[in-house]
Design a protein around this ligand. Structure first.
Ligand SMILES: Cc1cc2nc3c(=O)[nH]c(=O)nc-3n(C[C@H](O)[C@H](O)[C@H](O)COP(=O)(O)O)c2cc1C
Length: 381
């Protein structure tokens, strides 16, 4: 292994979570859990990634009828974190990862406005969003048929809808804790439910759930607090946030570092331990006047544990890799340089870890990585 990468292979601890190294498998939807139940194939898939310091699972539906449905990533076989069969399936996954010496957190994911009406385990459920709108249709690079289908207005979420969502997150977090997951991750990015409340473009509310950036954090903070109440104080809560949205890859949640500080500060007060800062390119400058990436800003503003992600191991970011030819790229020295500069504590790997179960082993041994391969999305290698 190259000397400069050694710091990335040092152990890390946050509360009760201990990790053998700084690498994390980024959450990636796989659609291999029919009826919401992850089978033995899913357990083997995650166990193969146990050498990563932490595995974060694909998005998993919390216990709310409108949490999941078809979305931009399809969705007839998305997993759930409630119900006897799904929980037995997850027990198998947790046990397999632990037996292989790894750590694992589920990513609880409510699709909110992205969910297509009339789909998912409860087709009759009405999709939840702050103001009954999906977002700006003219800025999304998504299939026209999907955009047409999500246009149906749903109406703003009521007080009881919001209370049900919060209670559903808490029930599923309690289920995950009981199964022995090592941390709880919440999907607060990419334009899904929690992010749609954070984002001014989709949250036009004038009540206590909308308004200025601080008021727009209320749902996310209430979910974090509700999760904290049902898990031990030292089990980390990981919160994913992003500037970019599926509705608009160029969107900005926070226009300035000051706004970012308001949002992340509220989340810290609510109980977030680790920020999973989702960017398309980990090394892209977040604000004018500095080359620091978004994770560096979040770390500086909050003093909390921060994870970076985006474009590590490949020459194209996630979105571009669907339409442009993509190749492996060893940009780990740049990761190590920014790590040494204090921009982040943890490094999440998405596509590279999906396409090559032994990615971290190859990195350690200095071997060549597998080439980029879109067909891997259709398999559970
Ligand atoms: C097939 C696939 C599914 C994904 N599903 C999710 C998901 O369920 N939740 C999430 O937060 N991000 C999801 N992502 C985004 C990844 O977690 C990651 O942020 C992104 O791929 C950028 O990292 P990379 O450049 O290392 O791939 C997905 C990405 C891929 C490729």
């Amino acid at each position: 292994m190259r000397d400069q990468l050694e710091p990335l292979f040092t152990p890390f601890a946050c509360g009760s979570l201990t990790m053998a190294n700084r690498f994390v498998m980024s959450p990636m939807t796989r659609n291999f859990s029919p009826h919401g139940v992850p089978g033995p194939d899913v357990a083997r898939y995650y166990a193969r990634r146990a050498p990563m310091g932490l595995v974060i699972t694909e998005g998993v539906g919390p216990d709310h009828p409108a949490a999941l449905g078809d979305g931009t990533t399809g969705g007839p076989a998305l997993p759930l974190m409630h119900g006897e069969a799904a929980l037995a399936g997850w027990q198998r996954v947790v046990d397999a990862v632990h037996a292989a010496g790894g750590k694992i957190a589920p990513q609880l994911w409510h699709m909110g406005p992205i969910r297509l009406a009339g789909t998912g385990p409860h087709p009759e459920a009405v999709s939840v969003s702050p103001s009954g709108i999906w977002g700006p249709f003219d800025r999304a690079a998504l299939p026209p048929a999907y955009l047409e289908a999500v246009r149906a207005p749903t109406g703003p979420a009521s007080e009881s809808d919001i209370a049900d969502v919060i209670a559903g997150f808490a029930r599923s977090a309690a289920n995950a804790h009981a199964l022995g997951f090592d941390a709880i991750a919440l999907h607060g990015g990419h334009g899904y439910l929690l992010d749609s409340f954070l984002w001014a473009q989709t949250n036009h509310r004038t009540d206590a759930w909308g308004g200025d950036p601080l008021r727009r954090t209320r749902l996310a903070c209430d979910v974090v607090r509700a999760v904290r109440r049902v898990i031990p104080a030292d089990k980390p809560i990981i919160f994913r946030l992003s500037q970019w949205k599926l509705q608009d890859y160029g969107a900005r949640l926070a226009q300035t570092p000051q706004e970012l500080g308001v949002i992340t500060g509220a989340l810290v007060d609510a109980g977030v331990d680790i920020f999973d800062v989702s960017t398309r390119r980990f090394n892209e400058a977040a604000f004018d006047g500095s080359d620091m990436g978004l994770s560096g800003w979040v770390r500086q503003l909050t003093g909390k544990t921060v994870m970076t992600v985006g474009g590590i191991g490949f020459d194209k970011d996630l979105q571009s890799s669907f339409v442009e030819s993509t190749h492996t790229l060893d940009n780990l020295d740049e990761v190590a340089r920014r790590f040494a500069a204090g921009e982040f504590d943890l490094v999440a790997i998405g596509r590279a870890a999906l396409m090559d179960a032994d990615w971290i082993g190859k990195l350690r041994r200095g071997e060549a990585f597998k080439p980029f391969d879109l067909s891997a999305y259709a398999r559970l290698d």
